[in-house]
Structures are given as structure tokens and as C-alpha cells.
Design a protein around this ligand. Structure first.
Ligand code: MN
Length: 727
């Protein structure tokens, strides 16, 4: 064990940490360092170096370029432990707690995804990556990891070089930009460019080198008078020619179709002021424009109006010596740090907030905004409730076996996935493998999962699928399929039934059939045919039943006086007396029955409801059931009424009370109706403790007519009282 080397490495790392981080738990870093050394002790990198060099360098990048906190540095040291050694996330959790374990776990999962799939849809991959990240430090760690891998890419085989370079350009560099990590973004891009376009890279490198002296001397010439004036003003600052990035030169050449010289000839200078006073930036601009003529329309004030990623600076273009355009950026040291180190510097320099928590919230909300509003539009700031960063939490990204990405809503199951791939796969989806393991079809899938659907020609959608699928497509397709199946089953059931009827030489229409099948607790004929098809009803038994009933038709309205209450008895008697009801004002022998819910009696205001197979059901106009039937299907409401008798009649009410004995009602109605065919128009009877009391509305010709009836009523055995009711 080369203890000396390791000790120096640890000391170097701690020095950087102490310099760049707000607080450093040195024990934590030391422990993570030692754990990583031990875990990786037998591994060697492609370069021939001990593997530990990699996590160590990644930790260095984190501490130097993205200095956020000690937890990030420790996580960087441990980031490949779970992936490449015998130690697991569980071990890390035990040793270092769940925050670090979760960060390492997140980073490992991302590595796994990228290892097993080639990036084909960059935008989806970017979202996938974010959907897997709960802690922002995971993604910062991945930047550092990727940066070190790109710096040491030369040791890998050509094929992996290309793949990694493409991933870097498609995924990591755009992310780094959005996080405000300008320096890392440039380096990632230049390194990727070097492997993806080696010839172009070499050409630009060569030209830059050959023009360097010339360029440097021009910049010196430009800078000198500015430098002098700023010193005279007593300012502390740094002024330098801004380095040109290979990839940006290349991009400008390609996108603007311009030769190298033209792109290259745009000189750029940056002035970084060691001051906290932002007004100094404007003072410097004033000085600069007194030396060189400014181009007003190229002046940009990102200090008063910072960019979304927090970037602040003054951008100005002036006419330099020999009439050449020079771009100048003016900013404070703090602004410069934020421009180069993005989120991490933001964390370090925004110290005016009272608590750490509040700071974190602001920071996270800022990061979120970058993603949610990638465009430059201004948005209201929204504070987050939690530390956790859940970007794209409503969506999950899963892979097909061929590596294609499918975007599904949170909670989606393999069945949703199957329908998302193709309806036919959904319809015949038999079982599912998630990451190679069979799971039940209702198991929610997660971002990064690879889902494989096993289909069978014989498999059909199940009704319970509808309960657990979450996508609209799956739901509607399953419903449609079930409906269609039902339609077919009903048609088949009907066919089966009609064959049976034909065989039995029975003729029965749907309405009559409905009356018979009611006894089988079937809602309607569709249901009846469906149950026949599903063999829940035996059609032969129904045929037998019907044959039997046709031979022995039931007696109409047999009133069992022993068992029936007085009210019901009266109703049926009264209904018989009125001999039916009218439909739209005309008396017709149409099929009708009286609703049990409201029991209309002659004289009540009534309404008809056309049922399936039972003709018109007569309800009270005020019946609650009717109200809901009306609301659901008003077209089935018909106008019905009690028949109007000929001749002029006056409505008159008789109050009657007596004993509720067997035959009492018959006697009353008989007495009334046998006297000059008197019409009963309405009845209200209450019975209690074998006594009854009620009011009968009659249609009478005159008072003599009424008096006679009252006389007759009084003579009935058990009637205590009968008199005209005068209101
Ligand atoms: Mn790594």
C-alpha cells in the first residue's frame, strides 16, 4: 500500500475543499476516501492507472468546479463503489447514511441506463435522466464523472469513444449549460468535438495555434489603455482575452457558413472586477466607451436583468484599434463565479438569505425554473415545499426491448405500455417482463425500466384491466373492445334464443318476452341474450316456462283480501272501475302498468314512462323516481291521464270512516259504482289499528246524486260515518 501517495492525495483534496466549500466535515471526506480506496483496491482503469484515481479525480472536479458541499465530494469518492465493487448501496447506507447512499444510487442507476441503451432520442433521454434524479447533487456528480471520463477517453476503444462523445454532446453539455456550468459545458463540448470530428478539430487547433501570437498582440494593444485608466481609478480587476472554444468556432463556421478567419476575427475581452459594488461595472463601461467608440445596439445589460440561469454581466461591443470589433464583458468576481460554476457558485455567493433552508429552496426553485421555462420568458418565482427535486415527476420514461423510449404518465402499468406500443400488443398482452423479470400486469413501471410484453393470440383484454390502467389510450381501447365483445355476445345470444324458439314453434315478441324473463332477474333483453350466450341462463328452461304460462295464464288482479292492505285493495278496485287510462288523450288498449313506487290512483296527476318490454309505466307526476327517469331520458315520457266520462259532472268529496274489515272496500266501491255509474275520481285512505278514514272524490251530477250515495255508504256494515266534505 502506497500510503504516502494516498495521504498526499487526501491532503490535496481537503485543501481544495477547505478553500471552496462553506463547511467541510473532514472526517466524512476522510472516511469516504478510505472506503473508496479499499473498495477499488483491486481494480485498474483502461489507462492502466489504479481505478481509485477516477473517483478521486471526480471528487476533485466536484470540489474545484462545482463546489457545492462536502456531501457531494464524499458521494463523488463513492460514486462507482456500488457499480464496480463487491460493496452495495446497502453497505454505503450503513456506513454513510441515506443521503449519500441515495446520491450514489441515483448516479449508479443513470450509469446503468446509459450503459444498456444507445441515445437515439436526445430530448427524451434528457427528461428520462431528470425524472430519475431526486437530488440535484446526483446530476452535478454525473457532470463531474462525465468530465473526467471525457478527459481520459483516449484509452477506450474507438467505438466507445464515439458513443460517449455523442452522449456527452447530446445530453450532458446541454444540461451543464442549463445549470449555468459554463466552464464544464465548454470543456465537455470541446472534448466531444475532438472525438466526433477529429479532422475539423485538428484544423481549428492548428489555425488557432498559428494565429495565437498575432491575436495575443492585438489583445495587448487593445487592453493597455483600458488597464491604465482603470488603475488610475484605483480599481482592482483582471482583464484578459477570452479563450475561444473549438466547438463554438466550429459551430459558427457550420451554422453561419463562414470561414474560420471571419469567425475567429471577433476578438473578445473580459474584465472581472474585484468589487462587491455592481455600479463599478457601469463605471468601467463608461471608461471603456471613452477610449473606444461603442456600438450602442450591441450593449446588453444582464446585470439589471439577469438571465434565467442567474448569469449577470455587461456585454458591450466597441471599435478597437485598426477598426476591429471587440466584444467586452464586464462583471464582478461574484458574477463571474456564477457564470462559470452555475448552481454551485450561486449557493456560495448568495449569502444574504437568513437560513440555509430558505437558500436551498430558492436555489432549487431556480433550477426548476430553468427546466420548466427553458425559453427566456419571465416567470413568477415559486417556492418549493421540499428539498427533493422532482423534475418531470408526472412522467416516466421506459424502454422497449429495442431501446426505444416511451413516455407514460406516472403509475402506468405494463398494459399501458403495451397499448402505447401498439393496440394489438395491448389486446393480446399476456404477461410482462420488467428488466428481465416477470411481473403482474398491474405493477406500475418506473423511469428507466425496460419493459417487454409477451403476447398471445388467445389472450383478450380483461374487464379488470380497465381498473388499473392509467393512460387514456389503454382505457378507451379496452372499453371499446369489451363493448364490441358484448355486442357480439348479445347477437350470438339472440341467435341462440331464436333457434330455440323456432324449434319449440313458439311465437313471442320482445315485449312479451320481457314480461316472462323478468322473473330471471334480468334488466333488459340485451342482458337476457348476454346471459344466454354466457350460459348463465338456460334457454331451454325459459322456453319450458313460457310454454307452461301460455297454457295457464295468470288471473288478472286477483285481490287477496286477507293479505293485502286496505290501501292496495282500494287502489286496484278503483283502477278496475276507471277501466284503464288514456294515452295522449285517447283511450287505447296499450300495454301499461302502475309504478309501485308511487301507486297512482284515479284522480291523481299522472305521467307515463315508456319502459323496455313492459309498455307504459304510470307514475305520479310528483313521483321522485319519475323525476330522475325524466332527467336521464326525457324522450320516454308520455302524456297519460285518467279517462274522462261523458256528461257534466261536479267533483265532490265524501269523508268516510269505519272498520277496516274484509270486504269493506269492495262494498264501498260497489255502492258507489252501482249507483248510476258514478265515477270515482280520487281516493285518499289511511288505515290504522283496523280502522280506516278517508276521502273519496266523486263525479256527481247534482247534490241529490251525492246525497243518495252518502245514504248508501252509511248503510254499509262497519261504516261509522259518511258525509260531504265542504272546504
Ligand atoms: Mn465514474
Amino acid at each position: 500500500m502506497k500510503n504516502g501517495i494516498y495521504k498526499k492525495k487526501l491532503d490535496d483534496l481537503l485543501v481544495i475543499c477547505r478553500k471552496n466549500l462553506r463547511t467541510v466535515n473532514e472526517d466524512l471526506i476522510r472516511k469516504a476516501f478510505e472506503f473508496s480506496v479499499e473498495a477499488h483496491k483491486n481494480d485498474i482503469r483502461a489507462s492502466g492507472d489504479p481505478f481509485f484515481n477516477h473517483p478521486y479525480e471526480v471528487a476533485m472536479v466536484v470540489a474545484k468546479e462545482i463546489p457545492l458541499d462536502d456531501v457531494s465530494v464524499a458521494s463523488a469518492l463513492l460514486h462507482d463503489v456500488a457499480e464496480d465493487t463487491v460493496f452495495t448501496i446497502k453497505d454505503i447506507r450503513q456506513e454513510f447514511g441515506s443521503t449519500i447512499a441515495d446520491i450514489v444510487d441515483g448516479a449508479t442507476k443513470i450509469s446503468d441506463i446509459f450503459k444498456s441503451h444507445e441515445v437515439t432520442q436526445a430530448e427524451s433521454y434528457r427528461k428520462l435522466l431528470l425524472s430519475m434524479v431526486n437530488d440535484i447533487r446526483v446530476i452535478l456528480l454525473k457532470f463531474a464523472d462525465r468530465l473526467h471520463n471525457m478527459r481520459t477517453l483516449e484509452y477506450l476503444p474507438k467505438e466507445r469513444q464515439l458513443r460517449m462523445a455523442k452522449e456527452t454532446l447530446d445530453i450532458y453539455a446541454p444540461f451543464a449549460h442549463r445549470f449555468g456550468l459554463a466552464k464544464i459545458k465548454w470543456e465537455l463540448e470541446d472534448l466531444a468535438f475532438k472525438y466526433l470530428h477529429p479532422q475539423e478539430y485538428e484544423q481549428i487547433a492548428h489555425k488557432l495555434k498559428s494565429r495565437r501570437k498575432e491575436r495575443e498582440s492585438y489583445i495587448r494593444k487593445f487592453v493597455q489603455p483600458v488597464e491604465k485608466r482603470l488603475h488610475d481609478e484605483g480599481m482592482t480587476f483582471e482583464i484578459e482575452g477570452r479563450p475561444k472554444h473549438f466547438f463554438s468556432i466550429y459551430n459558427k463556421m457550420v451554422n453561419r457558413n463562414k470561414p474560420f478567419d471571419e469567425v475567429y476575427d471577433l476578438f473578445a475581452v473580459r474584465i472581472v472586477l474585484d468589487t462587491e459594488n455592481i455600479n463599478d461595472c457601469f463605471t468601467v463601461y463608461g471608461i471603456l466607451s471613452s477610449i473606444y467608440i461603442p456600438i450602442p445596439e450591441r450593449f446588453k445589460n444582464y446585470i439589471s436583468v439577469p438571465k434565467k440561469n442567474g448569469y449577470q454581466s455587461i456585454h458591450a461591443t466597441v471599435v478597437g484599434p485598426e477598426g476591429k470589433m471587440v466584444e467586452v464583458q464586464i462583471r464582478t468576481r461574484g458574477m463571474h463565479e456564477i457564470a462559470e460554476k452555475g448552481v454551485a457558485a450561486h449557493w456560495k455567493y448568495k449569502e444574504n438569505l437568513s437560513t440555509l433552508d430558505e437558500e436551498l429552496e430558492n436555489w432549487i426553485s431556480w433550477v426548476r425554473e430553468i427546466f420548466e421555462h427553458a425559453d427566456e420568458e419571465a416567470v413568477d418565482k415559486q417556492l418549493l415545499e421540499s428539498f427533493k427535486l422532482n423534475l418531470y415527476q408526472d412522467e416516466i420514461y421506459v424502454f422497449t426491448p429495442k431501446g426505444e423510449l416511451k413516455i407514460l404518465p406516472q403509475g402506468a402499468t405494463p398494459v399501458d405500455f403495451a397499448f402505447a406500443v401498439h393496440s394489438n400488443i395491448g389486446f393480446h398482452c399476456l404477461s410482462a417482463k420488467v428488466n428481465g423479470r416477470i411481473v403482474s400486469l398491474d405493477t406500475p413501471v418506473r423511469s428507466g425500466d425496460q419493459v417487454e410484453i409477451i403476447t398471445s393470440k388467445h389472450q383478450m383484454p380483461k374487464a379488470d384491466w380497465e381498473q388499473f390502467v392509467v393512460t387514456h389510450k389503454a382505457k378507451s381501447q379496452i372499453r371499446k373492445w369489451i363493448k364490441e365483445e358484448e355486442r357480439k355476445a348479445i347477437a350470438n345470444g339472440r341467435e341462440l334464443w331464436e333457434k330455440k324458439l323456432k324449434k319449440a314453434k313458439l311465437h313471442i315478441n320482445d315485449d312479451d318476452l320481457m314480461k316472462y324473463v323478468h322473473e330471471f332477474k334480468v334488466g333488459d333483453l340485451r342482458d337476457f341474450f348476454l346471459k344466454i350466450q354466457r350460459e348463465e341462463i338456460n334457454p331451454d328452461a325459459v322456453v319450458q316456462e313460457i310454454e307452461l304460462k301460455m297454457k295457464h295464464p295468470r288471473q288478472e288482479a286477483v285481490v287477496d283480501e286477507q293479505n293485502d292492505g286496505i290501501f292496495n285493495r282500494f287502489i286496484s278496485t278503483a283502477r278496475n272501475l276507471t277501466s284503464g287510462i288514456t294515452l295522449f288523450g285517447t283511450r287505447d288498449n296499450f300495454l301499461h302498468s302502475f309504478a309501485k313506487c308511487c301507486n297512482p290512483i284515479p284522480g291523481d296527476e299522472i305521467v307515463g314512462y315508456v319502459t323496455k318490454g313492459e309498455g307504459v309505466k304510470v307514475h305520479l307526476k310528483l313521483c321522485k323516481n319519475l323525476q330522475s327517469l325524466m332527467a336521464s331520458d326525457p324522450s320516454r315520457i308520455v302524456d297519460v291521464g285518467w279517462p274522462v266520462t261523458n256528461g257534466v259532472e261536479y267533483a265532490s268529496a265524501v269523508r268516510i270512516s269505519g272498520e277496516d274489515r274484509t270486504g269493506m272496500l269492495n262494498d264501498i266501491t260497489h255502492s258507489i259504482s252501482t249507483y248510476q255509474n258514478t265515477n270515482i275520481r280520487g281516493v285518499k285512505i289511511d288505515a290504522k289499528d283496523s280502522l280506516f278514514e278517508g276521502t273519496i272524490m266523486l263525479g256527481v251530477k247534482n247534490t241529490e246524486h251525492l246525497d243518495r250515495i252518502i245514504e248508501k255508504l252509511r248503510k254499509i256494515k262497519g261504516v261509522f260515518r259518511a258525509e260531504r266534505l265542504v272546504e
